[in-house]
Design a protein around this ligand. Structure first.
Ligand code: CU
Length: 304
């Protein structure tokens, strides 16, 4: 772990919280290793209820209406859907940008063996469309992650790919993962080590990731979705959803926004995470290098 502490890198500090655990107005010192999200209502109160999201197709007056739930394994096909608001009115406007996008679509097979993160295009009538290619048979969870009225929401539904489903077991926790290119083949093998000491339910904990190539710090990280990286965590059992919200220290004062000068080139990525309950979670970290998005997956264990 000394290697980690030696990495002199400014890092984008992000807050990770389930749905309603708003991070607005958070104050972060990006140079503080113990940086936590202040003013977010956690206050170190372990028993504070943390709302979860990603469990419902309709919530808080908003709905996720899909045009198809069945796909053929390995065949790219259009996926269209709408977000509805009060009394079924299709929501066309009012989406707030979150990590540079009005809506993020995450599709994960229910055993968490696959992970896709795409950005559908919105038509004038409010219909979102994107091409999906679900490669293997199984049941998938699709999350529409968007922000309206200042509140982050993740509505979710199941998608089905007929065929012989061979579910994978959730991998055991491992500190280092291989960063796999999302598309195409890359000759550069990158490893990403997670340092997540003493994760406890309901308490905010720093998570640190360090990117290396051949055991040397790898610093050629490019901005991805307006931040240094993107992180999603799913709870084992019900696939409740956490989406990382970048919390960029001092940006209001014109200092580091995580995407300029030397600050963007450190090989370390930091988050502050609050997991609502004890148990295992699957984390999907994404970052960009050489114009290519890479995904690393981890299993973490959260104690009571
Ligand atoms: Cu996205």
């Amino acid at each position: 772990m000394n290697a980690l502490s030696r990495l002199a890198a400014f890092a984008t500090v992000l807050g990770l919280a389930f749905g309603a655990a708003a991070l607005a107005g958070a104050a972060i010192d990006p140079t503080d290793e113990q940086a936590v999200v202040a003013g977010a209502g956690h206050g170190g109160a372990k028993d504070a209820a943390v709302a979860v999201s990603g469990l419902a197709v309709s919530e808080g007056g908003y709905g996720f209406e899909i045009d198809r739930a069945f796909f053929t394994a390995g065949e790219a096909a259009p996926f269209t859907f709408r977000i509805t608001a009060d009394r079924g009115r299709v929501l066309r406007d009012g989406y707030e940008l979150e990590q540079d996008k009005e809506l993020h679509l995450i599709v994960v097979r229910r055993d968490t063996a696959t992970f896709d993160h795409v950005h559908p295009v919105k038509g004038e009538d409010g219909t979102w469309s994107v091409e999906l290619n679900l490669r293997e048979p199984g049941v998938y969870r699709a999350y529409a992650d968007f922000k309206v009225d200042g509140k982050q929401r993740a509505l979710a539904t199941d998608l089905f790919v007929p065929g012989e489903f061979r579910p994978n077991r959730l991998p055991e926790p491992e500190p280092t993962g291989r960063a796999v290119p999302t598309a195409g083949e890359s000759a550069t093998e990158l490893d990403v080590t997670i340092e997540a000491p003493a994760l406890r339910a309901g308490s905010e904990t720093p998570l640190r990731f360090a990117v290396t190539r051949d055991a040397q710090p790898f610093e050629q990280l490019e901005p991805y979705l307006g931040a240094k990286c993107h992180l999603v965590a799913l709870r084992e059992g019900d696939l409740a959803y956490l989406h990382a919200h970048p919390v960029q220290g001092g940006s209001e004062h014109g200092s580091d926004d995580g995407s300029t000068s030397t600050e963007a080139h450190g090989n370390e990525i930091k988050f502050a995470a609050t997991f609502p309950t004890a148990g295992r979670y699957r984390l999907f970290l994404q970052f960009k290098t050489g114009g290519e998005v890479r995904t690393v997956a981890y299993t973490v264990e959260v104690a009571r």
